[in-house]
Design a protein around this ligand. Structure first.
Ligand SMILES: Cc1ncc(COP(=O)(O)O)c(C=O)c1O
Length: 452
């Protein structure tokens, strides 16, 4: 384990940085710093090289320091560093937008650039509300999210999000938000492969919300097709289709948050493709630039975009945007990343590896404390029985064991171990991840659960 002495940071420098989503005081007692990366691996400050089984933070889909991406970014920075896209522009943003529409499900033919998943979510929510207003339907302002969902950290995102602690900490949030029930059903669906069989009826809760609030007040529904950060929850069979039908029946926009599932994570370009359901808007980020530089994008159907293209041609159609929307460096990284996905066949590779990954994961069934395994594409969650010492302590112990004893970086989200490896991995790496988890689960089962 790295100690403060082995860090390549100046003494005392750990204090100033308030780390996001981190128990800062605990981390700084025994910091673990990453100092390099290559392909599937990270180099740690203590000299160890570890296998990155989570692609950074669900984002480095094409492998670390992907040569295409690095080369494109280096070339770009010597040509154009920054150009605004407010009332002037630069070609790469237009080219990238067009390229994204070609890759997206049919009909998603316009793109609004952001810099993160959170910004994509807030942008999509604002576009949804403004869309109805642009059509003379200003009474539609309500936004429907779902329990156990994560939509980033903007006030819009946490309002529609379904994680109690992230909401209660920050006050009254947005008005007019309601939530669908989550779809996790361990009693009926544990150890499903891909979409679980039971739970389509959970979509009918949207009809109940329509009855409660009246459709004429509801602007949009937002869901992650596969919830990621709350434990990897694939949708029950038929669930997304039913949501689509109910939205259509009542004139409600459907938003898929594909910040994790977009760009091949589930073995197809988007989860919308895999599940055969096209929403009205798709939020993306992460895999768009392979994590090499921040960027997000909201993709939308022509009808959503076109609703704004009325009135004076001199008027700004949407009063929204970011200084760095469509930043040249991010555009260069994204173009090269999309090349890696398509020309290097990485999304096809993710799909090909999925059955082997799935078999490996489900071989963990029966180990002590493993209460569910959920997976789709190269995305998986292994849920562990919680320990009395607190939410997440069991999964944290397993993750720590994987890192310390076998050099594999996995992520704990609550009491679930999340996996989302880069698509460039090989079967032997899948074996390494599964072996590491098997040993960690067996070992921690014997430990007392007082470690937290
Ligand atoms: C589904 C989903 N939406 C939004 C976000 C927020 O993205 P960011 O951290 O880039 O703001 C995330 C991040 O994990 C996510 O998983």
């Amino acid at each position: 384990m790295a100690s403060a002495d082995t860090l390549t940071t100046p003494p005392g420098s750990l204090d100033a940085f308030w780390m996001p989503f981190t128990p800062n005081r605990k981390f700084k007692q025994a910091p673990r710093l990453i100092v390099g990366s290559e392909g599937l691996h990270y180099d740690l400050a203590d000299g160890r090289r570890v296998l990155d089984a989570i692609a950074g933070l669900w984002c480095v889909n094409a492998g670390h320091r992907n040569p295409r991406v690095s080369a494109a970014m280096k070339a770009q920075i010597d040509v154009l560093d920054y150009a605004s896209n407010f009332q002037i522009g630069h070609p790469a943003a237009f080219t990238l937008a067009q390229r994204l529409t070609q890759m997206a499900p049919a009909g998603m033919d316009h793109v609004f650039f952001t810099n993160s998943g959170s910004e994509s979510v807030d942008t999509a929510l604002k576009i949804a509300v403004a869309y109805h207003r642009a059509r003379g339907d200003a009474g539609r302002y309500r936004l429907i999210g779902r329990e156990r969902s994560y939509h980033g950290v903007g006030f819009g995102g946490i309002s529609v999000g379904g994680i109690g602690r992230q909401r209660s900490t920050f006050g009254p949030l947005l008005n007019g938000v309601d939530h669908l029930p989550h779809t996790l059903d361990l009693a009926r669906n544990a150890f499903s492969r891909g979409e679980p069989a039971h739970g389509i009826d959970k979509a009918d809760a949207l009809e109940a919300l329509v009855a409660l609030h009246d459709a004429s007040t509801i602007a949009a529904v937002i869901v992650e097709p596969v919830a990621g950060s709350t434990g990897v929850l694939p949708p029950p069979r038929g669930y997304l289709k039913r949501l689509r039908e109910i939205c259509d029946r009542h004139g409600i926009l459907l938003i898929f948050d594909e910040v994790i599932t977009g760009f091949g994570r589930v073995g197809s370009n988007f989860a919308s493709d895999l599940f055969g359901v096209t929403p009205d808007l798709i939020t993306t980020a992460k895999g768009l630039t392979n994590g090499a530089v921040p960027m997000g994008a909201v993709l939308m159907r022509g009808a959503v975009h076109d609703a704004f293209m009325h009135g004076s041609v001199s008027a700004v159609e949407l009063s929204h945007g970011y200084t760095y929307s469509g930043h040249p460096l991010a555009c260069a990284a994204a173009m090269a990343t999309l090349d890696a996905y398509t020309e290097d066949g990485l999304i096809a590779r993710a799909a090909e590896l999925s059955p082997y990954f799935e078999d490996g994961l489900h071989s963990l069934r029966g180990l002590p404390g493993v209460i569910d395994v959920r997976n789709v594409g190269l995305l998986a969650g292994i849920e562990l029985q919680g320990w009395a010492s607190g939410l997440g302590t069991h999964a944290q112990a397993v993750a720590q064991h994987c890192l310390d004893e076998s050099g594999v970086l996995v992520r704990s989200v609550g009491d679930t171990i999340a996996l989302s490896p880069p698509f460039t991995l090989e079967r032997r790496h899948i074996d390494q991840i599964i072996d590491s988890l098997r040993a960690a689960i067996a070992q921690t089962a014997q430990a007392t659960d007082t470690a937290a």
